[in-house]
Design a protein. Structure first.
Length: 319
C-alpha cells in the first residue's frame, strides 16, 4: 500500500461524477419463498419474547407500591475532619456496635462547639498535685480552651469551690463523682459545651504551648480517633496470650493511646455511658478491676469508626 505524503493529506477529496456509472447492488426478487420465511420467523420470535416476558418479567407497578426499608449506615466522625482516608472494611462492626444508637449520639453532639475544647481532669485525694496541675494549665492563655472540669472522685471530702483563673480568665469547675470510679472521667457531663474533650489525670500534662497544637491536630486528622501523647502496644507472650505493654524496640506501630492524656470526641463518651449491653458490661468490669479503662475507650473508638488511635507527642510533655 502506498503511503500518502504530507502534500497528499492536504488535497481535498474528489467529488463523485454523477454522470459516471457507479456500482449499485441489486437483489434477486425471483425467490419470494425466502422473504416469507424470514417474515414468519420474525413474527414467531416476537411472540415468543412476549410470552417469556409475561411469565418471568418484573412487575414495576408492584415494585413502586412496595415499601423498601431504608438502609442506615454508620455516621462517620471523619466527615467532621478535614483529613480524609479511603474507605476500608470494618470487620464485624455491624454485629457488635449499635448502629442506630451511634447515629443518634453523633447527631446529639453535632451542635456542640467545634473550635473549642474542654479539659476533663480526674483526681483522687491528691490536692497538692491537683493544685500544681491547675496552676500549670492556667499559667498562660490556651486560645482554644473553653473550660476546665475537675472530676472529684473523693467521696469523703468536699471539693473546692468553682473559680475563674485571674490570669487567663478560664473557668475551673469541680464536679463531684457519686463514687470513686475510673468510669467517671468518661461521664458525658450535660454541661459540656464542646465536641472536643481532653481527658487528663492530675499528674500528666502537655506543655501548654503544645496543648493548642495537639488540639488543632485532633481537629485536622484525629477527630474520629483518640488522639494522645502516650502510645501502648499489645503482643503475645510465650504462651500465646495477649500482653498489654510499652511499645518497645522503636516500634513504628501502636494500638492504643492512654486516656490519661488524650482528646476524645464527645459522642464517644455518650456511647460509653449508654445503656448498650456491651458498654454496661465493660463499665462493670472496669469498676470490678479498677483498671482497663484505656483499653475500653480505645476499643470503643476503633469499633465505631474503624480507625486506630493517633499519637501526637508535642515538643514536651510535663509530668
Amino acid at each position: 500500500m502506498a503511503i500518502a505524503g504530507s502534500n497528499d493529506e492536504m488535497k481535498p477529496m474528489p467529488f463523485a461524477d454523477p454522470l459516471k456509472a457507479s456500482y449499485i447492488p441489486t437483489y434477486n426478487l425471483q425467490k419470494p419463498n425466502k422473504k416469507w420465511m424470514i417474515l414468519i420467523l420474525s413474527v414467531v420470535s416476537f411472540i415468543a419474547c412476549m410470552v417469556f416476558a409475561s411469565l418471568y418479567g418484573v412487575d414495576y407497578d408492584a415494585m413502586n407500591d412496595e415499601v423498601i426499608p431504608e438502609v442506615t449506615n454508620f455516621t462517620e466522625i471523619s466527615s467532621l475532619s478535614t483529613y480524609e482516608e479511603s474507605d476500608k472494611e470494618c470487620g464485624k462492626r455491624d454485629e457488635v456496635a449499635n448502629m442506630t444508637l451511634w447515629n443518634e449520639l453523633v447527631e446529639k453532639t453535632s451542635h456542640l462547639i467545634e473550635d473549642k475544647f474542654t479539659i476533663v481532669l480526674q483526681t483522687y485525694k491528691r490536692p497538692t498535685q491537683l493544685e500544681k496541675t491547675l496552676a500549670h494549665l492556667t499559667a498562660a492563655e490556651i486560645p482554644s480552651l473553653g473550660e476546665i472540669v475537675v472530676v472529684w472522685n473523693d467521696d469523703e471530702i468536699e471539693p473546692p469551690k468553682d473559680y475563674i483563673s485571674g490570669d487567663t480568665n478560664v473557668s475551673v469547675r469541680f464536679r463531684r463523682s457519686k463514687e470513686n470510679s475510673l468510669n467517671q472521667k468518661f461521664l458525658p457531663d450535660p454541661d459540656y459545651m464542646t465536641q472536643g474533650v481532653f481527658l487528663s489525670d492530675d499528674d500528666w500534662n502537655y506543655n501548654i504551648t503544645d496543648l493548642e497544637f495537639v488540639f488543632q491536630q485532633w481537629r485536622r486528622a484525629g477527630m474520629h480517633r483518640l488522639t494522645g501523647a502516650f502510645a501502648r502496644c499489645w503482643r503475645t507472650d510465650e504462651k500465646g496470650d495477649p500482653v498489654y505493654d510499652y511499645c518497645r524496640g522503636g516500634a513504628d506501630q501502636y494500638q492504643l493511646v492512654l486516656t490519661g492524656l488524650a482528646f476524645s470526641h464527645m459522642s464517644y463518651l455518650e456511647y460509653y455511658w449508654s445503656d448498650d449491653r456491651l458498654m454496661t458490661a465493660i463499665r462493670d468490669y472496669i469498676d470490678d478491676q479498677m483498671n482497663c479503662e484505656d483499653i475500653a475507650l480505645n476499643f470503643l473508638a476503633s469499633m465505631l469508626t474503624c480507625e486506630g488511635p493517633l499519637q501526637v507527642v508535642g515538643l514536651q510533655v510535663v509530668a
